[in-house]
Design a protein around this ligand. Structure first.
Ligand code: ADE
Ligand code: ZN
Length: 327
């Protein structure tokens, strides 16, 4: 119908997507055939079953299975180019993609292979699919300050083309944001932007800490801000955008449905909302699907849907001319 076509035609950007979590069935199939020792099904039908999540535990199991198959530059560039092809299909022109170097290094991938795969993949994404990619290197929070330090050192030493931001992901409960303050401070001093996850699986205090301790310029998820009127007002006043991932939040059972998602409340309080997918094939999500779901559930007019897409362009770390070209 016309909403579908309207959303497709909008030039879109994606600000919250994890590289490992972006692997679709076709990409995982290619990896599974290359790495049979990983025990991931190399048969399409079986793999499609493997991708049907029962719960968050199962999601993590698949996420780690994909992660464990990534051994060299070829695997990384396969993932990057597969992601770019999918973005191009949806008229997504630009994406900031989260990469977790510490996990790849732990899994035995040499840093040089990771960087070569990212850089080769980024060039091919542009050349073959016309999609511009940028990187966010993030700390796997559950691995503590050691992971924070090593992620910082890797980011600053290597500084690959397209690296724009520094993040923090993984579980939030029991993983205080403040312990990572020195790494975010150092990263920001070199010009990297601060984009921690906060308020996905814990309360508003985590978001306050992301803002005050980590200098967050955008918040990954931020779902729980809706419980704190002062925080809603603060985010609106300081124009700190939220990277909202509605389907992800439903699939990980942080909210019961899109209709129950606080995105309406965020918008009503003037918070800058962007729509994103997090780990799209793993959650059965697409960026177009997120726009359709939110537009339909909230009864948005076309102009309001277009405004959400422009929010993401403005909240991106594209340079000013590139933003203007998309607004
Ligand atoms: N890494 C991959 N997916 C994630 C999520 N939904 N929350 C935090 N870290 C993640
Ligand atoms: Zn995420």
């Amino acid at each position: 119908e016309s909403l579908r076509a309207f959303i497709h035609a909008l030039p879109k950007v994606e600000l919250h997507i994890h590289l490992v979590g972006s692997a679709n069935v076709g990409t995982v199939l290619a990896l599974a055939r290359r790495h049979p020792e990983a025990g991931v099904p190399a048969d399409r039908a079986e793999l499609e079953q493997f991708f049907v999540f029962r719960d968050f535990e199962h999601f993590l199991k698949v996420y780690w299975a994909v992660q464990s198959m990534l051994k060299d530059r070829h695997d990384i560039s396969t993932l990057v180019v597969g992601l770019a092809a999918e973005l191009a299909r949806q008229n997504v022109r630009y994406a900031e993609v989260t990469v977790t170097p510490y996990n790849h290094l732990l899994d035995g991938m040499p840093g040089d292979e990771l960087l070569a795969g990212l850089t080769e993949g980024r060039s091919a994404a542009k050349a073959e699919h016309g999609v511009e990619l940028a990187w966010c290197f993030d700390i796997p929070g559950e691995k503590g300050v050691r992971a924070g330090r090593e992620t910082l050192v890797f980011a600053l030493r290597e500084r690959p083309d397209g690296l724009v931001s520094f993040g923090l992901g993984g579980p939030e409960v029991g993983v205080g944001r403040a312990q990572f303050e020195p790494f975010f401070t150092a990263a920001r001093e070199t010009g990297l932007h601060s984009v921690p996850h906060a308020g996905e699986t814990s309360g508003p205090a985590t978001i306050w800490s992301a803002v005050h301790d980590l200098g967050a310029e955008r918040i990954g998820h931020g779902t729980s801000c809706a419980a704190d009127p002062a925080l809603l007002a603060y985010l609106a006043e300081h124009r700190i955008p939220l990277e909202v991932c509605p389907t992800s939040n439903v699939r990980t059972r942080q909210v019961s449905s899109i209709a129950a998602h606080p995105v309406r409340r965020m918008l009503d309080h003037g918070v800058v909302v962007t729509l994103n997918t997090d780990d799209p094939p793993m959650f059965g999500a697409t960026l177009e699907g997120e726009y359709r779901a939110v537009a339909t559930t909230l009864g948005l007019r076309e102009a309001e849907v277009a405004e959400l897409a422009r929010n993401a362009v403005r909240a991106s770390f594209l340079d000013a001319p590139a933003k203007s070209a998309m607004l």
